[in-house]
Structure formats: structure tokens, C-alpha cells
Design a protein around this ligand. Structure first.
Ligand code: ATR
Length: 259
């Protein structure tokens, strides 16, 4: 999608994929200072890359997660466009602003962290979380409380049916952020009875998951992670070039590659 955007705007640049192992991150960052105007970072390096950067923008700093690096005169600045990307995706898919909304996250991993920090700083009313590993949810809540004391926060185990019942009832938007759906044989992390037509469902995975199937089956508004991928990319593009991204060209390029 980035190469399509560069071509469309006549920018002489190339976006390329580089496979970097964790032990190679320091070397990669040093080379990047002279080689790239910017780059994206994806799993599993979103946190580990921080040690090799010169500075962080606030969201990346709070979340401890970087997906976009901007090279300014050989200084590497880390930022995260994941949260803004999902915010724009929700706006685009559902015509919905996250402002004053109650948002329920299923999963508390790296993807959720950066998004939750951005959402908390962007005027949501409440954030609730369920996760398999409770300590991770607890840790995220401590961080969010510090960053955004006005947002109502709650969390529980992924098996706590009472909590889930209440969280779904209260939620406007329900976001599936676990990696469970990548396994085609795995069940939806949210039970079938929790798919209600007056809620908005978003799965950050950009494939057909059980979560998406159930939402469709119950006629709930639902979208997959392709739009988040698109808008986080568009925000990175803006940070590197200073230009608005040609969204429709990027969307078309992404759809051509969709499995
Ligand atoms: P990402 O950066 O893509 O979010 P991650 O940090 O490994 O990846 O997080 C994956 C998320 O999926 C976590 O919330 C994880 O739960 P844990 O924190 O307990 O590990 C969740 N997850 C993955 N496989 C799971 C499973 N089989 N059952 C329940 N939760 C699962």
C-alpha cells in the first residue's frame, strides 16, 4: 500500500520488507539512520526497538510500543499509529466517533496496549478488558490510570461470565484483540450470546475469524482489521512525508493482496 501511495503522489521512495531477528535490532537501527527516512516495526519488535531509538512520542512512550519510526537528521523517533489507525477505522466503518464511548477489549496484548493508551487519551468514557493472563490486564490498568485518570477502567478474566455480561451491556464498541482467531479451528473468545445487534464489533485480525462469523450470523455491525491496517499505514505515511495519504489507492492495493 505504501508503494502504491508513493507512485500515486510521484514520491521517489520505496517501501520494502526487512526480516530482522531480535538480536539484529541494534545493528538494523544503526544502519537505518543512514538508509531509511522512516520505517514500520511490527510484532515481535514493537517494544524491543525502543532501546535503539533516540526518542519517543507520548503515546509510544506510555504504551511502550512503537510501530512507526521517523528519521530526523539521523535521529530515530518512535511513534505509534495503531490507536489512531483503529480510531479512524471505526469512524470509517461505522460512522462512529470514539469520544464518550464505552469500549470493551477482548485481550490485553501488545496490539491492545497501544490502542488503549490512545483511546484513553482521546476522550472515551470507559475502557474494560478481559484477558487470559490477569497480571497483564492489571499492569495495563495501572498505566492507563496514570495517563488518563478521568477514564473509567475495569478488567477481569476471559472466563468471568458475569463481568463479560455487564461489559457487553455497557459497551458501545467491542474490540477483539487476541491472536486466537489466527487459529482457524479455535472458537470465538466471546460467547455467542454476547453478540447483540445494537453493539459495534471490530476484530483487529484481518481475516475471517469465528468472532466475525458470529457477529455476521447475529446481524451485528462488524468489521475486520483491514481498515485498521490501512489507517495506521496512512498515519505512518503522513508522518514520513508530511502529506495526506491517498487512502483509496492504498485501500485498493491492500485489497488486491488480501488472502
Ligand atoms: P499482540 O501484540 O498481537 O496483541 P500478544 O502481545 O502476544 O500479541 O497478545 C496476544 C493476545 O491474545 C493476549 O491478550 C493473549 O492473552 P495472554 O495475555 O493471556 O497471553 C491472547 N491470547 C492468545 N492466545 C490465547 C488463547 N489461546 N486463549 C486466550 N487468550 C489468548
Amino acid at each position: 500500500m505504501h508503494n502504491a501511495a508513493f507512485r500515486a503522489l510521484g514520491i521517489k521512495a520505496v517501501y520494502e520488507a526487512v526480516h530482522v531477528k531480535t538480536y539484529e535490532l541494534a545493528k538494523f537501527a544503526e544502519e537505518a539512520r543512514n538508509k531509511y527516512d522512516g520505517f514500520n516495526v511490527t510484532v515481535p519488535h514493537k517494544n524491543k526497538i525502543i532501546d535503539f531509538l533516540d526518542g519517543l512520542y507520548p503515546t509510544a512512550n506510555f504504551a511502550g510500543s512503537v510501530n512507526t519510526v521517523i528519521n530526523e537528521n539521523a535521529l530515530l523517533w518512535g511513534d505509534s499509529t495503531d490507536g489512531r489507525g483503529l480510531e479512524l477505522a471505526i469512524q470509517n466503518e461505522f460512522g462512529l466517533s470514539i469520544s464518550q464511548k464505552n469500549v470493551f477489549f477482548i485481550g490485553c496484548g501488545g496490539a491492545c496496549r497501544a490502542v488503549a493508551v490512545h483511546f484513553a487519551a482521546s476522550g472515551v468514557k470507559s475502557l474494560s478488558f478481559i484477558n487470559r493472563t490477569l497480571s497483564k490486564a492489571e499492569e495495563l490498568l495501572v498505566l492507563l490510570k496514570k495517563a488518563s485518570p478521568n477514564v473509567k477502567l475495569s478488567f477481569s478474566s476471559i472466563n468471568d461470565e458475569n463481568f463479560i455480561q455487564n461489559a457487553v451491556q455497557e459497551a458501545d464498541i467491542i474490540i477483539q484483540s487476541t491472536s486466537i482467531g489466527l487459529d482457524k479451528s479455535a472458537p470465538s473468545p466471546l460467547g455467542e450470546k454476547f453478540f447483540l445487534q445494537n453493539k459495534f464489533y471490530y476484530d483487529i485480525i484481518y481475516e475471517n475469524t469465528k468472532f466475525i462469523e458470529l457477529a455476521r450470523k447475529h446481524n451485528c455491525p462488524v468489521a475486520d482489521g483491514l481498515s485498521m491496517l490501512l489507517y495506521q499505514g496512512a498515519e505512518s505515511f503522513k508522518k514520513w512525508t508530511g502529506l495526506d495519504a491517498p487512502i483509496e489507492i492504498m485501500r485498493k492495493a491492500l485489497l488486491e493482496k488480501k488472502p
